[in-house]
Design a binder for this molecule. Structure first.
Ligand SMILES: [Zn+2]
Length: 389
């Protein structure tokens, strides 16, 4: 017997989508979930992010002892973009005549988050968990820096976790490994002077141009490839500097985005940037600083574990087809949550919604897919834990 009807399950998703947690206000989603859990006798804890009034994680558990399965979803969403392009109110869940539920976060990833929360309630009410713990971790800040996940990792919430499910949209497939990402700001400091007397200043643009040139040349020599994840990528994507044509610029900066793989990971990129920085300092006397302000590691597992096997066999059954078990170029909170785990760790990114719907205008999830995932989680989590040794 379920405690929540399909109608109630859709209502919960609709309520969460109405909370406009666009890169902030995750605390409001956390309060909503806390109240919901409370009605079904599930205790939860809110963990505020340092120095943030409206941003927090929420952690709730059912069961006790080992083993522990972590289930996780982020509560933030990205901006709507140009709302004129939307055919629906982005913050009002709207069903169309094809069974699609539209709204910002319907795919990425409030449907996954709601499905996990509902499965927790149903598992607790049905008393189907005989052994172990399900730890629900709702995070803040995934879309920009993953600082909510970083906080959970640093406070030890992952230490005893044996398997992790992140309910990001996986197109009804299962992802067990993904690339990392990294954003680095390179700043060059000079000294301003009138352009008629440049010898009194130091032009901040020249060392930065050299930096970019040397960096690209050095990176072109990198020849690594992962069968699952392909090659790493590096691109200068923003450049700024100077403010007046007859002044020697005292400042310039460039931003770089990297997509990383285990064979050329975030540490290697940082080392490469530092090597080029030293070269520029020696040759041009330039003053360059390196700031890796987004730093999310690649997540690599070998996929050889019982959790993935069960997720796959139940998925094949629930969706009545052979699900892809695959890699992704997207990144998730697992970059932080799995910081201390090795490749044998059981990780799946497995949730409702198509990957391509994330961040889109008219974002949607199929109602059927959402409801099916809830039932799948209700079976998967206790079945895995009850039979684990
Ligand atoms: Zn997401």
């Amino acid at each position: 017997m379920s405690v929540l009807s399909n109608e109630a399950r859709v209502k919960i998703l609709s309520d969460i989508i109405e909370i406009q947690s666009v890169n902030e206000k995750e605390l409001d989603v956390a309060h909503y979930l806390q109240q919901l859990f409370k009605q079904y006798d599930i205790q939860s804890e809110i963990l505020k992010l340092d120095g943030e009034d409206s941003r927090a994680n929420l952690v709730a558990e059912v069961g006790n002892g080992k083993p522990v399965v972590g289930v996780s979803g982020h509560m933030d969403v990205v901006t709507t973009g140009d709302t004129d392009q939307w055919h629906y109110n982005p913050f009002k869940l709207t069903e169309d005549n094809e069974g699609k539920l539209h709204g910002r976060g319907s795919a990425d990833m409030k449907s996954g988050l709601a499905a996990l929360a509902i499965s927790l309630i149903e598992i607790k009410a049905a008393g189907t968990l005989n052994k172990g713990t399900i730890r629900f971790m709702a995070t803040a800040g995934e879309e920009v820096t993953s600082n909510g996940a970083a906080l959970l990792h640093d406070k030890g919430y992952m230490d005893d976790v044996d398997a992790l499910l992140i309910a990001e949209p996986s197109q009804d497939g299962i992802v067990y490994t993904h690339k990392g990402t990294m954003d680095i700001r390179v700043t060059s400091k000079g000294k301003s002077a009138h352009s008629s007397m440049p010898e009194l200043g130091f032009n901040a643009i020249n060392p930065l141009v050299d930096f970019i040139h040397y960096l690209n040349a050095e990176y072109n020599k990198v020849d690594v490839h992962s069968e699952l994840l392909g090659t790493p990528t590096m691109n200068a994507t923003v450049i700024n500097g100077g403010d007046q044509v007859n002044s020697i610029p005292e400042f310039s900066e460039a931003l770089f985005n990297m997509r990383t793989i285990p064979d050329f990971d975030n540490t290697k990129f940082e080392a490469l940037f530092n090597q080029i920085k030293d070269k520029v300092a020696t040759e041009d006397n330039g003053e360059i600083t390196i700031d890796p302000y987004v730093n999310r590691n690649p997540v690599y597992t070998n996929g050889n574990n019982d959790f993935l096997k069960l997720a796959k066999s139940l998925g094949d059954e629930y969706f009545n087809r052979d699900l892809d078990v695959t890699s992704s170029t997207a990144t998730t909170d697992a970059s932080y949550l799995m910081k201390d785990k090795d490749e044998s760790f059981a990780f799946v990114m497995y949730g409702p919604g198509e990957t391509g719907q994330a961040h889109q205008v008219d974002e949607y999830v199929y109602k059927d897919t959402y409801l099916t995932f809830i039932n799948l989680y209700i079976q998967l989590l206790p079945q895995y834990l009850n039979s684990a040794n």
